[in-house]
Ligand binder design. Structure first.
Ligand SMILES: *Cc1c(COP(=O)(O)O)cnc(C)c1O
Length: 393
């Protein structure tokens, strides 16, 4: 098969959509005013910013005044957790989360634990799902926040967010969700799902990098992480990223408008990829077979090193990831794969292929044709594989 380049790391980041780029271009060039300025160029920028806010609000079932722009998804997560911890400390210092959160949540919770907060990390089953009974049992008098991600960035598992929201609402506890993998890919509605705080990042749905949003339910006060000029209604100081906000709005609108069609197309390609790659001996799918993101196909292959797979695939023209991109500098296997019960040595052989609506059937053909021989080649050099074969005979 003819060599090509296939980008299969859309859970890591995505290419900017043409629609988003076109929408941003005027604000990167001639229309560069500061939205805080009172002269016409400033007012023009302000108008674009507020229009972007309204578009983003509509895409998630929120009101414009509930949308706060941030510098990235990580900032939105930090702000939600640190802000609620601070403002609710008088009611208690207990927070419930899960054992499969992104580091932007888990490392922030670790920092809060050092300051005297108590964190309960709910376990997950073999598919990466929390149990609603565990959640109910973990709730205490002093619980101030439940923070559970909507969809997992490594294995794609989608949590029962609406059910979690209903429990939180009934018990009078705030609910934050890191929906960074979900927004733009599956339907999200903060009203219907009883979400009080939700983190979003534009670059995961073909918007620009360095652009996030924290949705904060009306009436809820979250003290600012950044103080200064008082932008974003005194909640997040710093000159607003107008082109970023405009690009994010264009990308979210495009994603939501085309969601039904994209989900159908992407899910079919994902399932073909899963079906074919599970023909590799000693392979398994990670994450839930059905409750998973349309674009995420994640696996473990025994007796292969994830890192070696990623580098060899790169040479073959494929961009993929192993474990979480952020922890790829560490030798420990991913906390998510350990949380779903995989033994260390198996978790080391993880491969995540994440596709989206820009992926073609030809790209899938190439992945299916290229990946199995790469695994075979790497196994042929592995002493572990030799042991495995001997053990079988
Ligand atoms: C990418 C990602 C983040 C971090 O977002 P940034 O915009 O890169 O800071 C946080 N949580 C999840 C689930 C993610 O996928």
């Amino acid at each position: 098969m003819k060599a090509r380049r296939v980008y299969a790391d859309n859970a890591g980041t995505t290419a900017l959509s043409k629609t988003a780029l076109d929408a941003m271009m005027p604000y990167l060039t001639e229309s560069f005013g500061n939205p805080s300025a009172i002269y016409s160029a400033g007012r023009e920028a302000k108008k674009a910013l507020e229009s972007a806010r309204a578009t983003i609000a509509e895409a998630i079932g929120a009101r414009p005044e509930e949308i706060y722009f941030t510098g990235c998804g990580t900032e939105a997560n930090n702000w939600a957790l640190r802000g609620i911890a601070e403002v609710k400390a008088k009611n208690g210092r207990h927070i419930i989360s899960s054992s499969v959160e992104h580091h932007a949540v888990s490392h922030t919770l670790e920092a809060l634990a050092k300051k005297g907060y108590e964190i309960t990390y709910l376990p997950v089953d073999e598919y990466g799902l929390i149990s609603l009974d565990d959640l109910k049992n973990a709730i205490r008098e002093d619980t101030i926040l439940i923070s559970i991600m909507t969809a997992n960035n490594e294995i794609g598992t989608i949590q029962p967010v609406a059910e979690i929201g209903a429990i939180a609402r009934e018990r009078g506890i705030l609910f934050h969700t890191d929906a960074i993998q979900a927004v733009g890919h599956i339907p999200m509605n903060v009203q219907e799902m009883n979400i009080d705080l939700m983190s979003i990042a534009a670059h995961k749905f073909r918007g620009p990098k360095g652009m996030g949003v924290l949705y904060i339910r009306k009436g809820l006060y979250v003290p600012p992480l950044l103080t200064g000029g008082g932008q974003e209604r005194n909640r997040r100081s710093g000159t607003e990223n107008v082109p970023g906000a405009v690009g994010m709005a264009a990308a979210i609108k495009e994603a939501v408008d085309n969601m039904d069609e994209n989900v159908k197309k992407v899910t079919a390609m994902r399932d073909r990829l899963i079906r074919e790659l599970l023909k590799v001996p000693y392979s398994r799918l990670t994450g839930h077979p059905e409750k998973r993101l349309p674009g995420t196909a994640s696996f473990v292959f025994e007796c292969v090193e994830g890192e070696a797979m990623v580098l060899t695939l790169d040479n073959a023209g494929i961009s993929a990831s192993s474990g979480s991109a952020c922890s790829s500098a560490s030798l420990d296997p991913s906390h998510v794969l350990l949380a779903i019960g995989l033994p260390h040595e198996v978790a080391h052989g993880s491969l995540r292929l994440s596709i989206n609506e820009t992926t073609t059937e030809e790209d899938i053909d190439y992945l299916i044709a290229t990946i199995p021989p790469v695994i075979e080649k790497l196994r042929a050099m592995s002493p572990l594989w030799e042991d495995k074969l001997n053990e079988k005979s």
